[in-house]
Design a protein around this ligand. Structure first.
Ligand code: HEM
Length: 423
């Protein structure tokens, strides 16, 4: 058998192992083996898998790679799943899945409303939310960091940015949980056996809600409000159409919720496993930015991203035909010893941290400053306020998600409540 065939066989076996939910707690040894192979071609999936840092970084900037996944027909099929009375905005693609020039135009308009100022004005309310969630959680001797802390925070932040009434936040939590399947990389977005996948009703309901929210805000614009700013956003004479506006707001929830949840939960988990760094952060919140960057490198919330080859190309030793899928394993790339020395150790004191956790190039995460702010305030708040935290199960249970990989529970015991009671 030729060397290329050998590599394909080993690659296929490794991908099989990676897809197995049993690998979720620690996929990193599999990523290391994939890095060792270099880019591998998986014939059955017409897909090439790339795991090394340099190649991932270069490909994320390569204009021959398209973000328009419907080119493989998924989008067309997904489009047909919506009920006939769904609002027209459900058919408006997100700019995350568009190429220039459409992507450039939409991103520029949205960026003019989603600014550093928009994010900075959220800091007091994020600080308050972190404190309120911890107050409630710390009343009990054990709590679940995921459901009591990491999960509710980002959705509350987005809802506040959008001016969604607090009473409606649970709706957004539900929709978000349903929609993650759609963005979870390799999972089947179009359902099996003719069943409607669960994200379809969630997406339809959310579009209806956001359509109404925008109509209300058009008649009564608000100050310091993201929707009002997006409605007013102009680039010369150009503005977002109604459907583009709705689709962008849905994207902000979908791209910004579970990702930030995982940043907080992965961060708490890494700190609990490295108590020295947890104690240092508790004593000095100025360490938070370095801790957040290291969590993003060491155990990133988004493990991979995908592109389509817009033309025939060659990646490493692999011939990649037009319309093939290109999977970029960001989580594997960041543990490449060529990018970060001693990559498997969690070390917030690295002199340089190289990561692709927010992507790279034209689609670089628009919400990165917000995610970083939430991560810093949440991890510093946890480290400062939770006394003697201990993981109840290590490893904790994981969800099945491959891309938005994260724990399904992160239960801890602590002494904050008993100390308060004077036990
Ligand atoms: C730790 C949390 C987050 C992580 C790890 C993350 C990760 C990413 C990644 C990897 C991409 C690029 C995807 C690609 O190239 O295919 C991306 C894009 C994006 N993210 Fe984030 N994200 C996070 C939080 C957020 C937040 C809080 C928001 C907004 C509220 C947000 C909004 C977006 C948007 C709009 C895009 C599309 C950018 C474009 O296509 O030009 N993200 N994110």
């Amino acid at each position: 058998m030729s060397e290329a065939n050998d590599r394909e066989m080993s690659g296929f076996q490794l991908i099989g192992k990676l897809l197995d939910p049993a690998s979720r707690p620690d996929p990193y040894p599999i990523y290391a083996d994939l890095r060792g192979l270099g880019p591998v071609w998986i014939e059955e999936m017409s897909t090439v898998v790339v795991a090394r840092y340099g190649e991932c970084e270069t490909l994320l900037r390569d204009p021959r790679l398209s973000a328009e996944r419907w080119r493989r027909n998924d989008g067309d099929q997904a489009d047909r799943l919506y009920p006939p009375d769904a609002p027209s905005s459900v058919h408006q693609p997100w700019f995350l899945s568009q190429d220039p020039p459409d992507h450039t135009r939409l991103r520029r308009l949205v960026s003019s409303a989603f600014t550093a100022r928009t994010i900075a004005r959220m800091e007091p309310s994020i600080t308050q939310l972190v404190d309120d969630l911890l107050d409630r959680a710390l009343e009990r001797d054990t709590f679940d960091v995921l459901t009591d802390f990491a999960y509710p925070l980002p959705v509350a932040v987005i809802c506040r940015m959008l001016g969604v009434p607090v009473a409606d936040e649970p709706l957004f939590q539900r929709w978000s949980a349903q929609l993650t399947r759609l963005v979870d990389g390799l999972s089947n977005a179009t359902g099996t056996d003719g069943e409607t996948p669960e994200w379809v009703p969630g997406m339809t309901e959310m579009h209806r809600y956001v359509n109404e929210l925008i109509a209300e805000r058009r008649t009564s614009p608000r100050k310091d409000d993201l929707i009002s700013d997006l409605i007013a956003a102009k680039d010369g004479a150009d503005a977002l159409s109604h459907d583009e506006l709705v689709s962008t707001i849905v994207l902000l929830l979908v791209a910004g919720h579970e990702t930030t949840v995982n940043l907080i939960a992965n961060g708490v988990l890494a700190l609990l496993r490295h108590p020295r760094h947890l104690a240092a952060l508790g004593a000095d919140p100025n360490l938070a930015p370095a801790v957040v960057e290291e969590v993003l490198r060491y155990d990133p919330p988004v493990q991979l991203t995908a592109r389509i080859a817009a033309e025939d190309m060659r990646i490493g030793e692999v011939d990649v035909p037009k319309l093939s899928m290109i999977i970029l394993l960001l989580a594997a790339a960041q543990r490449d010893p060529g990018a970060n020395p001693d990559p498997d150790s969690f070390d917030p004191h690295r002199t340089q941290v190289r990561h692709l956790a927010f992507g790279f190039g034209p689609h670089f995460c628009l919400g990165a400053p917000l995610a970083r702010l939430e991560g810093r305030l949440a991890l510093a708040g946890f480290a400062r306020r939770v006394q003697d935290p201990e993981l109840i199960a290590d490893p904790p249970p994981y969800r099945e998600h491959l891309n938005l990989r994260g724990v399904s529970e992160l239960r801890i015991a602590h002494t904050s409540a008993s100390r308060r009671r004077g036990d």
